[in-house]
Design a protein around this ligand. Structure first.
Ligand code: ADP
Length: 486
């Protein structure tokens, strides 16, 4: 309890504007809760439109000198931030568990994953190369360079409080962009602590500004339509993403959109079933199922469906729910009452249509927003749970007869973020890569996220890629200089 008190006391409660932590102009505050208990953890500033404008002013003021800062220097700030986050891994993990609910072991995993973007982009900062070439007619010369797009607005969700922030902030820093970060109101403390670490690592004032707010649309609306803003990077729901894309058209902003998912998890008759079950556990229960990459539909060949389902349900039934800070906890609480109600509504709808709960199927009594880890078989094709993002620890299973049907079922969604395929036939695995409409594919793997890989979706799952060689490109624009034959 003392450790928690000391940690919370080290989290800045103000807005970060131009290198200074300050209260909201209105004096308003917002409470951050622990979803395992419902208790208030910390009260922080609640920004309004005036504060957002001040944050953009600071980002705009810092842009020119930041773009002119040596790439190596930008990279080294990121590298120092990587070292600092790694050193304080236990603090970041505990803070995420407290405000978001995930088990401590998973929070530590997120620190490793989230900090890796700092290291990866510290290395990418010095490799934003262009080219010089002779035009086909042999007369003119073509000089192509990369430049930072300029001040960015970064909007992040509550489910991965550190990684969603570093995945945007690190490439923006590497590219030479300044930014305003608006974290989710449900889990803003991790990015507050992270911003403090960035400043200790030597990030100049105004490069990163942070506005925590309970009124996202009203507070950031003016920024999206401000002609000085050049880029919007958003991770969140498709519904909000669509609205932001419409608003971004006003100034024809560069946009990156990481939106919802409805990941199919396909198990073929030739799969290693134990490996498929192990993959299913991670793809479904990591982060309590609160991930846009979470397996949303299990599509299993009819000849192995019974064996897969019973093995999977037996493992899921062993998963203990509880507060993330307890060592025995495998599945933490959902983020709030509304999310839990939505999960239960989807389960009830499936069960009323004929689905059978092999394990779980109900909320957990008592404080916190816990939901029983659940496996549903015989899910009817028209159940809402197959078309809506569940964002909870619930696995609906349907069956298929042949590969063509598996492809048809997997692609039967407006989303296209990630798919998982389990088969021991490599040709079939590669064929699925060609046939599935998805930005990412886990082949015999239940998790694909990696700072060195391009993360992102197709269809209504989004635009652009984060991480990999592609990630920094989202923050650069290409400039071409045509030169007369020298
Ligand atoms: P989730 O389902 O993950 O909560 P949301 O799309 O509601 O997804 O939220 C993702 C992020 O977008 C959060 O930081 C939230 O505050 C922010 N957000 C929600 N509505 C708007 C809006 N109208 N304008 C800007 N940001 C918004």
């Amino acid at each position: 309890a003392d450790r928690i008190k000391t940690l919370l006391a080290s989290v800045p409660t103000g807005l970060l504007v131009g290198g200074e932590w300050r209260p909201a102009a209105s004096g308003k505050t917002l409470d951050v809760h622990n979803p395992a208990t419902g208790e208030v953890l910390l009260t922080i500033s609640d920004a309004g439109a005036d504060d957002a404008a001040a944050a953009l002013d600071a980002a705009v003021a810092a842009q020119e000198s930041w773009a002119a800062t040596a790439p190596r220097e930008r990279g080294e700030i990121l590298r120092r931030a990587f070292e600092a986050v790694t050193e304080r891994a236990d603090d970041f993990a505990l803070l995420m568990t407290l405000e978001m609910g995930k088990p401590l072991a998973e929070a530590r995993g997120e620190v490793a994953y989230g900090s890796e973007f700092l290291r990866w982009f510290s290395e990418e900062a010095v490799r934003a190369f262009g080219r010089y070439s002779v035009a086909p007619d042999g007369k003119s010369r073509l000089l192509v360079t990369k430049k930072p797009v300029g001040p960015c607005l970064l909007i992040t969700p509550w489910n991965f409080p550190l990684a969603m922030a570093t995945r945007k902030i690190a490439p923006a820093i590497a590219a030479g962009c300044t930014m305003v970060l608006k974290p989710a109101a449900l889990t803003p403390l991790t990015s507050q602590l992270f911003a403090a670490v960035m400043i200790e690592a030597g990030l100049p004032a105004g490069v990163l500004n942070v506005i925590t707010t309970s009124t996202a649309g009203a507070t950031t609306g003016g920024l999206v339509k401000d002609s000085r803003l050049r880029k919007l990077s958003f991770t969140g729901s498709t519904e909000v993403g669509q609205r932001l894309l419409a608003d971004a058209s006003h100034n024809v902003l560069r946009t990156s959109m990481e939106l919802g998912g409805n990941a199919p998890f396909v198990v073929f008759e030739d799969a290693d079933l134990d490996a498929a079950v192990a993959g299913a556990m991670i793809a479904k229960l990591r982060n309590m199922g609160e991930a846009c990459t979470a397996a949303n539909r299990f599509i299993v060949h009819e000849s192995v469906a019974e064996e897969f389902s019973s093995k999977f349900a037996a493992k899921v039934a062993e998963m203990t729910t509880g507060p993330g800070i307890e060592d025995s906890t495998k599945v933490g609480p959902l983020i709030d009452q509304k999310s839990r109600d939505k999960v239960h509504e989807l389960v009830s709808d499936a069960v009323s249509g004929g689905a059978v709960a092999l394990t779980g199927g109900a909320p957990v009594e008592g404080p916190g927003y816990f939901y029983q880890p659940t496996v549903l078989s015989n899910v009817p094709a028209n159940a809402r749970i197959l078309s809506e993002e569940i964002f909870g620890p619930v696995a609906p299973i349907v069956t298929f007869r042949d590969e063509a049907e598996a492809v048809r079922l997997a692609n039967n969604t407006e989303y296209g973020l990630v798919a998982y395929v389990f088969t021991q036939n490599l040709n079939r695995g590669l064929r699925m890569g060609e046939k599935l409409e998805t930005g990412m594919l886990g082949l015999n793997a239940g998790v694909v996220s990696n700072a060195a890989a391009p993360f992102g979706g197709v269809k209504q799952s989004g635009l652009g890629r984060e991480g990999g060689l592609e990630g920094i490109e989202e923050y650069l624009y290409t400039q071409y200089i045509g030169i007369a034959d020298p």
